[in-house]
Every structure is written in C-alpha cells, then in structure tokens.
Ligand binder design. Structure first.
Ligand code: ADP
Length: 263
C-alpha cells in the first residue's frame, strides 16, 4: 500500500512539473511573439518613414520641374526653381547615403577594424579638415587633447562618429559659436567630449534624439538639410565599438555629447 501511495504521489509531482515546464515554455513563446510583433511594427514604421522622407523631395523636384517646363518664366525665376531642384536632389542623395550606411551597419557582416589610435594626432587631423568650414560659418573649433592618449577604434568609423557630431554642432549653432572637443583619460577608459554653444535640445526630446528620423524641430531641420539619421548612425557605430555615448543639453546654452571608449 505504501508503495502505491508513493507511486501515486510521484505521478502527481511529475505531472505538476510537466505542467510548470509547459507553462514556462508558453510564457517564453509569448515573450518571443511580443518581441517579433514589436520588431515588425518597428520595421513597418521605419519603412513608412523612409517612403515619406523620399517622397517629400521628389514632390518638390517634380512640381518645380513641371513649372519650369510648362511656364514661360523669366530666366531669374527659372534659376530660383532650378536651385530648389538642386537642393532637393542633394537632400535625396544625402538620404540615400545615410540609409545605405545604416543598412550596412545592420548586416551581421559589418565589421569594425580596431587599431591603436593616437587621439591627439587623430583629432588634429580632423581639426585641420573641419576648421575652414567652421570659420566660413563664423564659428570656431577647438581641440583640447593631452598627448599620449590612445584608444582602440576603427579610424574611419571614429571619424564618421566625430564628423556627424561636429556637423550637428555647426548646424545647430549660430555665428560666434564655439565647439570644443576635449579628451580626458579616466581610470579604465577614455572620454571624448564634444561641446557646443548652440541652441540646445529640449529635455523632453533628449531620450529620442538617437531614434531614426527623429528631429526636434522638423521644419527648421529641413531648411538646414539634415536627414534625421545622423545620430542614429552615430549610436549604431558607438555600439559596434562597445563604447558609450551620453548627452547633456541646456536649451539656449548648448549641447555636450560624450563618447566613452574602454581603454
Ligand atoms: P539631423 O539630420 O536632423 O540633424 P540627427 O539624427 O543628426 O538628425 O539629429 C537629430 C536631432 O537632434 C536634430 O534634428 C536636432 O534637433 C537635434 N540635435 C542633434 N545634435 C544637436 C546639437 N548639437 N545641438 C542641438 N540640437 C541637436
């Protein structure tokens, strides 16, 4: 009798364990399904943003080409419209370039080829390349970097990260603006800070600025020629380096992006 009882108990326990395991499995499947739905929704939103972003310049190009062709306009009017067509064509080409960059980064085959980089030398080269553009806009670029600070990074990708951040600091600052890149050696890492004296980012927008196509001021950014993908590319490239990027900003005072690379 005793063995019967214990056998019965054993079966009950086994069945219960089986049920628990099935329950856990069902929960995991449900979580995966949720993730999949989320990814599908994200992909659909991204695709509809792409088609919207491509359609807008195309609408301008088509509309103004029609006007120039069909109406007998004086030459200066024609030139005005042709300039808009050129601007919109440039916007399309920037957009396609950025989308292509993101698509490349998204692929599993994307590789980061890390090298030992002497930051002082590296940043001085960037300063030489970009200072003329800053000066042209009546702005200044400053580099503060001690010698003998090294990080392991892919030089062309690091350049792309810094150029995108500098391009923004120029776009969102006005005459007299100063952008400073400074390097600080921390215990286990190196921090590169890019600080501008531009218009700043409202606190509520900060959590979203790395999202694809997110812009604080949609109409103004359009006139400045942004694609809304620059910071998304920066974030992906920073992640690929297993580095970190943080942002602090004060409206009307300026913005500071910090990159932290493990030593
Ligand atoms: P965009 O092509 O519009 O510049 P980004 O992805 O580079 O797109 O930036 C997203 C948004 O973040 C910008 O539209 C702008 O509103 C804001 N932003 C980025 N960098 C700065 C900065 N240095 N100063 C002020 N606003 C910035």
């Amino acid at each position: 009798a005793t063995s019967q009882i214990s056998k019965g108990n054993f079966d009950v326990t086994l069945a219960k364990r089986g049920n628990d395991e099935l329950g856990e499995l069902a929960k995991s499947i449900q979580l995966l399904a949720n993730d999949l739905n989320y990814l599908k929704k994200e992909r659909n939103e991204f695709l509809s943003s792409i088609s919207h972003e491509l359609r807008t310049p195309l609408t301008y190009i088509k509309g103004y080409t029609d006007i120039v062709l069909k109406r007998n306009l004086p030459i200066n009017e024609q030139q005005k419209y042709l300039n808009i067509i050129l601007e919109e064509t440039n916007r399309l080409s920037d957009l396609i370039k950025d989308l292509f960059d993101l698509a490349k980064i998204d692929k599993n085959t994307f590789i980061i080829e890390k090298e030992q980089i002497d930051l002082n030398e590296f940043l001085l080269t960037i300063e030489r390349k970009l200072s003329p553009a800053f000066l042209e806009n009546k702005m200044r670029l400053e580099i503060i970097c001690p010698s003998n600070v090294f990080i392991k990074a892919d030089p062309s990708r690091l350049e792309q990260i810094i150029l995108n951040l500098l391009d923004n600091s120029m776009k969102y600052s006005s005459k007299g603006g100063v952008t400073a890149i400074s390097v600080t050696k921390l215990k286990q890492s190196v921090q590169i800070t890019i600080k501008d004296t531009g218009k700043g980012i409202p606190e509520d927008d900060i959590p979203f600025i790395f999202n694809r196509f997110y812009r604080v001021d949609k109409s103004r950014t359009r006139s400045l020629g942004g694609t809304g993908l620059g910071l998304a590319i920066v974030k992906e490239l920073v992640d690929k380096h297993e580095a970190e990027i943080t942002v602090k900003s004060e409206l009307g005072k300026g913005t500071e992006f910090s990159l932290i690379f493990k030593g």
